[in-house]
Design a protein around this ligand. Structure first.
Ligand SMILES: [Zn+2]
Length: 362
């Protein structure tokens, strides 16, 4: 019964799918080609950000690379709701081509961070691992739900369970920074998943490892609903020179509820946030999102993720996502403009990249 209601809702949303477009109402361009921006900082080299779709993002500084939420196998809505989901090798191969074309190299990846356990954030990781896309066993920074989902790959994945600070900003510990390479460190921030539809969040709780015992990367099919969220994380990423942060990025997980959008003074005093990477999906269900984050952080640019319809095959021209009020996101953002944080126009502040687009900062 629950499943049928879920299917009904998803199909209704699919009917609302919007056609491919080049610009949003407010003039924000959907970037199809790589872009470069100058942002004053003490970076000694260019920093590259590659958007690959959903929350799948890579970053590269001085040949050190990091990856978030690898996923290419976009699934048709009927498979997600009533059928089974499986790997899409053509989509994965396109994703790998995009990585290569952008000058990134998965062999340089030692650390992958996962925001939460839903299939559209972690599903393709074992495939990449088993097909030797990475050089060695990787460090996977994730919650216990993801650890349960991928337990069969424990020989090739070194699980690092994210520390989980509370929503209390005083409880943050600056020692939770995880140094992942000479010039990159990451701080997981506790977050909270947005509802999917009409205030309801699906796939809550922890995944059960018993449902993943037959998981292999050739024949395995699963119900999308067995990929449960678990604890949800956003991340701060620092790029450092001589152990001092010179550039800081917020990598926001799925739109978060107000409780979690705490950025402790102690951390922001050390370094402000230069770039915010923010999920636009489901923003309409959270009143203070992205207003609270933007007015607190005043980033110099905002890169938007999870904007496209991920029920549509990855190899097709992207469309705006269903069930997301894109315009409302910008309206809420505009309300946060003040004398300390102002921007020329939405099209100057916000970047909405096509999957495969590289944003370079220097
Ligand atoms: Zn999710």
């Amino acid at each position: 019964m629950k499943k049928i209601a879920f299917l009904f809702l998803l199909i209704a949303l699919q009917c609302l799918a919007k056609p491919p477009i080049k610009y949003l109402k407010n003039g924000v361009a959907i970037n199809k080609s790589n872009v470069t921006y100058h942002i004053p900082s003490n970076l000694l080299d260019s920093l590259h950000i590659l958007y690959l779709g959903c929350n799948n993002v890579m970053m590269k500084y001085k040949n050190e690379e990091i990856m978030f939420d690898p996923f290419f196998s976009y699934q048709a809505i009927e498979k997600v709701s009533l059928g089974k989901i499986k790997f899409d090798e053509i989509a994965i191969s396109l994703g790998l081509d995009r990585i290569k074309q952008a000058g990134f190299n998965l062999k340089n990846i030692h650390d992958v961070f996962i925001s939460h356990g839903h299939y559209d954030h972690v599903f393709d990781l074992p495939y990449l691992v088993n097909h030797n896309a990475f050089n060695n066993s990787i460090n996977l920074h994730c919650n216990t739900s993801v650890q349960n989902e991928l337990f069969k790959f424990k020989d090739r994945i070194n699980f690092i369970t994210n520390q989980s600070p509370t929503c209390d900003s005083n409880a943050y510990d600056i020692h939770n920074w995880q140094q992942i390479s000479e010039h990159i460190r990451v701080l997981p921030l506790k977050s909270s998943h947005a509802p999917h539809v009409l205030g309801v969040q699906f796939m809550k709780g922890e995944s059960n490892s018993k449902k993943f015992t037959k998981y292999d990367t050739t024949t395995f099919k699963s119900n999308a609903t067995q990929w449960k969220c678990g604890e949800d994380f956003s991340f701060l990423i620092d790029f450092t020179e001589n152990d001092k942060p010179v550039f800081r990025i917020l990598m926001q997980g799925p739109s978060i509820k107000p409780c979690a959008d705490i950025f402790p003074d102690i951390i922001l005093k050390e370094k402000d946030v230069d770039i915010a990477i923010m999920v636009i999906a489901s923003n309409q269900f959270i009143k203070d999102y992205p207003s609270h984050q933007l007015s607190r952080l005043k980033p110099k640019k905002v890169i938007l993720t999870h904007w496209e319809n991920f029920f549509r095959n990855y190899t097709k021209e992207p469309e705006l996502g269903t069930n997301t009020n894109h315009d409302l996101f910008f309206e809420k953002a505009a309300k946060t403009k003040n004398k300390d944080w102002n921007y020329k126009s939405d099209s100057d502040m916000f970047i909405m990249p096509y999957p495969g687009t590289k944003i370079s900062l220097y």
